[in-house]
Ligand binder design. Structure first.
Ligand code: B12
Length: 473
């Protein structure tokens, strides 16, 4: 390690004003609320353990535009500006990076997150980016700050890509963290934690926990990028849960890809929550084949109020083509068990799937009616970079060329995320989605259920905005 003085880092969640659409209609996104960006809070916690100083800025939450965010990021004269980017937030990350470089050309900018993990070299080659970081950043970012004064050493940190002598140089990522319990708890106290909220929450503010990373399933639409499943121990999760409790948040969102994958671990976590007197309500995301009625009962006792399931389609043939690995009958069983146990359900559906015909879409509508979830989300499948379905789209000519590669090379050029148009046109898919939202959310039964939940004029206003958006959609 190079012996140099402590460095100042600012970690920025960019303003989200140019998010790539296509997948979820705008009227759904606009009314979600604000999630704390957990990736950045893990990084902040890792830097807090080092000798370096860091600041966290959630420009999206603060309602800043890119100019204001860049000014604020630069206000402490940082030695490095770190920005988070998913593929869909890449235009915003770039606008922010460009603004930072315009105001302060000498301040290095690094972009990390799922997008540069797929496209490290393309991201590093962007004129307003100095470094791209691929992979989980807790160790690499601290190593980079340690070596910031030594060009050769910092550029050799695993996961770092940059332009050297006119060419892009990339040191491959070190691979995934193996011991998640070695990580510090995400630095929630360094964020405006009282301001995070969700339209779904029964009680705001919310907080998020990630109790495991990765997923062992092989759905064709998901980018796992070798994200092998790793989990925190129940002991770690419960200690973090105690910290979240001490913040006084109203509701916890567990954002694991598949929370209940390992039964013993979930049982131990739930038992720990019950032993604490079930002090907080929470929701989680999981799969229908990773729960049964007994486990659901335990989860409910532990404070689980809502579960979100990827249902995707009502057609068994389509589910098989998508390698989802679930059957519609199990979906029906699980949604009915949830109702019996008093757990609210959210069903995620997709249209524009592989091999999907009008008949299959009808089956999706039928399943939706049959399971009668409390909430439903309908997205148009977008073959995302790094997913098996994008490779299929390339191989079968469903996309005109490597459109994501083009996007990665210039994320500020006009762009529309591709959709699987082999069976329906984009316009048809938009219509199907809008119809599904209207049919679901304007049912008297849904409206009645929601009216019962209105607790304040603010809740009503949020719901009304969402509803008006749907009427427009
Ligand atoms: C929460 C979440 C959301 C939220 C909020 C996203 C947001 N704006 O913050 C919502 C619900 C809005 C959402 C929506 C979608 N999402 Co989403 N979502 C997630 C989820 C479940 C958790 C993110 C998280 O907190 N991860 C945990 C942290 C620890 O990981 P991380 O953020 O990757 O951070 C680490 C590294 O990336 C890196 N890092 C991150 N930032 C930085 C910065 C620097 C400087 C450095 C050095 C390193 C670094 O270090 C971090 C710590 O290890 C992930 C899946 C997942 N498990 O990650 C998907 C995921 C991010 N979503 C994804 C997708 C595809 C979508 C949708 C398009 C899906 C859809 N429904 O159609 C929509 C987009 C809708 C839209 N147009 O806005 C993909 C993104 C793939 C990509 N190429 O970017 C993911 C990875 C899921 C997947 N496996 O395919 N999503």
């Amino acid at each position: 390690m190079t012996d140099s003085k402590a460095k100042k880092l600012v970690l920025v969640h960019p303003p989200l004003r140019n998010v790539l659409g296509a997948a979820t209609p705008d009227y759904v996104d606009e009314n979600r609320g604000h999630n704390p960006p957990m990736g950045l809070l893990y990084l902040k916690a890792a830097v807090n353990r080092s000798r370096h100083d860091s600041r966290f800025l959630d420009a999206s939450l603060e309602g800043m535009d890119h100019v204001a965010a860049a000014r604020e990021a630069l206000s402490g004269a940082p030695d490095l500006v770190g920005i988070q980017a998913m593929t869909f937030t890449m235009p915003d990350a770039c606008l922010l990076a460009r603004e930072v470089k315009r105001l302060s050309p000498e301040t290095p900018v690094m972009i990390g997150g799922p997008h540069p993990t797929i496209y490290p070299e393309e991201t590093a080659a962007l004129p307003y980016v100095d470094y791209a970081f691929a992979g989980e950043g807790e160790e690499g970012l601290v190593a980079f700050l340690d070596r910031l004064d030594d060009r050769e050493a910092r550029e050799a940190v695993p996961g770092v890509a940059c332009v050297r002598d006119g060419r892009v140089a990339y040191t491959p990522s070190a691979g995934l963290l193996t011991d998640l319990d070695s990580l510090a708890f995400p630095a929630r106290r360094d964020a405006p934690f009282r301001q995070y909220s969700s339209v779904l929450a029964e009680k705001n503010p919310i907080s998020i926990m990630i109790t495991s990373r990765g997923c062992p399933f092989s759905c064709v639409f998901c980018n796992r990028m070798g994200r092998k499943y790793r989990a925190h121990s129940a002991g770690y999760v419960l200690a973090e849960f105690d910290e979240v409790l001490s913040l006084g948040v109203g509701e916890l969102f567990i954002h694991d890809d598949t929370f209940s994958l390992k039964r013993d671990r979930v049982e131990a976590i739930c038992q720990g929550m019950i032993d604490r007197g079930t002090p907080m309500i929470w929701e989680a995301r999981t799969r229908v084949d990773c729960v049964d009625q007994k486990l659901l009962g335990l989860m409910k006792k532990a404070g689980c109020v809502r579960l979100s399931f990827g249902v995707e389609s009502g057609s068994e043939r389509v589910l098989t083509a998508m390698r989802k690995g679930i059957k519609p009958q199990l979906v029906k069983d699980v949604f009915s068990w949830c109702r019996t146990e008093g757990i609210t359900t959210l069903a995620d559906f997709m249209v524009g799937n592989l091999e999907e015909t009008e008949e299959d879409i009808e089956k999706t509508f039928e399943l939706l009616k049959g399971i009668d979830p409390d909430y439903a989300q309908f997205s148009i499948l977008s073959p995302y970079p790094g997913t098996p379905i994008y490779q299929m789209a390339l191989d079968q000519g469903v996309v005109p060329g490597d459109v994501w590669q083009d996007f990665a090379a210039d994320p500020l050029a006009p762009f529309e995320s591709p959709v699987w148009t082999a069976h329906f046109s984009r316009e048809e898919l938009d219509k199907i989605t809008a119809k599904a939202y209207r049919a679901f959310y304007f049912r008297p039964r849904f409206i009645l259920r929601q009216l019962k939940k209105i607790r304040s004029p603010a809740t009503f206003a949020t719901m009304a905005r969402g509803a008006l958006g749907m009427l427009k959609g």
